[in-house]
Every structure is written in C-alpha cells, then in structure tokens.
Design a protein around this ligand. Structure first.
Ligand code: ATP
Length: 219
C-alpha cells in the first residue's frame, strides 16, 4: 500500500500551497484516478508519489516505509513505472527493442528474454510484425501499448500515468484504460492515473478529486 501522510507542497512560498494535509491511500489491485482542473496540481502530486520531486511537508510511505528511507532513486528504479501522455519511447528503435532496453536499463534478468518480450507485447495486441517496426510507424494507441508493456516488464508494483489517453481518440483511449484495469485487477498492481476525463474516472475503482487545494474521494 502506498499512502500519503499529511502531505503538503508549494513551489514558491507556503502561502501559495497547492495542497496540504493530504492523507490518501492507494492499494494493490485497484485502479485510481486523480481528477482536477488544469493547474490544480495533479501532475505535481504525481511527481511526488513518483519520487521525482520531494514533499515540503509530511511523507509518502510504501508498505509503511517512507520513500526517503527506501531512497528515491531505488524507489523509481525498482518499485515504480511511469507512462506518459506522449509515450516517450525511443523513436529510433523498434517496439521490441524499446521493451528490451527497459529490461537492460533496469537490470532485470529474465530467462528466455526474447520469448518473454514477444509474449508480453502479443498479450496487448502487438503482433510480431508490429514488434519489429520502428515505433514511429505504429499508431498512437499501439505506441501507448508498447509504453505500457515497457513500464510493466520491469516488475514495478506501482504504475502511474499522466493523461495516458490524452493523445488518443475515444475508442482507443477506452481500450488503453481497459488495459490499465487488467493490470490493476489481474496483476494486482497499484495503478494511478491523472486525467481530465470523467469517463476514465467512471471506470476507476477509486477517484480522488483535487479541488480548492483539497483532495476528496468522489463517491
Ligand atoms: N516547476 C514549477 N515551478 C513553479 N510553479 C510550477 C512548477 N510546475 C508547476 N507549477 C505551477 O503549479 C500549479 C500546478 O501545476 P500542475 O502541472 O501540477 O497542475 P495540473 O493539475 O497537472 O495541470 P494540467 O491539468 O494543466 O496538467 C500550476 O499553477 C503551475 O503553473
């Protein structure tokens, strides 16, 4: 379980805080959405729970241990994977190579590595033929699937995604959300999405809305 304890953050000075005293929990096996207006601080919150920035007040705990104690670099490398709106794949590589590079960078050892990558990509609908194409030749939805596999293969427990369907049409977006649902429900990961989209929020198990500097669970 990931939890925030009295989390507070501001950029310039305390009077202009984005949020304060935030106490939220994120459990394995559930899909979470963070909703809020543009500029409310959603991405900032995601940066904190991703260990990309550090809190001004309070702390973030993974299974009772603070991220500071785990070490932010260690946390980002071993526990967490990030999926971006713009996919952030290596554009000069094939889909297969993108996933392979993630395993290499994270130092994860896999038996039958090639087979494992092939199967992981096939499971999300990327055929062998597509796997061997440069990612720039794939559609947005296909690239986002590759990005999700890339995030998953390293064995992260927490998957965070900032507007992962922002560049996709509605139907493709829906299929990507379905994939995140499967990852949460079947692989028992903590999946946290930041979104503007109420439809995505409706598909989530839990929705936290950031409004007027306060997070509330939306029923
Ligand atoms: N590095 C920074 N330094 C100073 N202010 C920042 C910085 N990053 C973001 N902000 C400000 O903090 C506020 C929250 O930004 P953030 O990107 O977290 O909002 P958001 O809810 O994700 O918005 P959007 O939905 O438009 O992406 C905004 O007013 C933004 O201008």
């Amino acid at each position: 379980m990931l939890e925030t304890k009295n989390l507070g953050f501001w950029y310039k000075n305390e009077d202009e805080y984005l949020f304060k005293d935030v106490n939220l929990t994120f459990e394995e096996g559930k899909l979470y959405s963070i909703l809020g207006k543009s500029g409310s601080g959603k991405t900032t919150f995601l940066s904190l729970i991703s260990g990309l920035d550090t809190e001004k007040e309070g702390e973030i705990l993974l299974n009772g241990e603070s991220l500071k104690k785990i070490g932010l670099t260690n946390y980002r490398k071993k526990k967490l994977a990030i999926v971006f709106q713009a996919y952030n794949l290596f554009t000069y590589m094939t889909a297969f190579q993108n996933v392979e590079s993630a395993l290499e960078i994270s130092g994860v050892q896999k038996e039958n590595r090639k087979e494992f990558i092939r199967e992981s990509l096939k499971n999300v609908g990327i055929s062998e033929e597509l796997q061997d194409k440069r990612v720039t030749q794939l559609s947005g939805g296909q690239q986002q699937r590759v990005a999700i596999v890339r995030a998953m293969v390293t064995g992260a427990d927490i998957i965070v995604a900032d507007e992962p369907t922002g560049n996709l049409d509605e139907e493709t977006g829906r299929s990507i959300i379905q994939l995140f649902e499967t990852i949460a429900h079947e692989q028992k990961k903590i999946v946290i999405l930041v979104t503007h989209d109420n439809d995505i929020a409706n598909r989530s198990d839990v929705v936290y809305e950031l409004k007027d500097k306060v997070f509330n669970e939306v029923a």
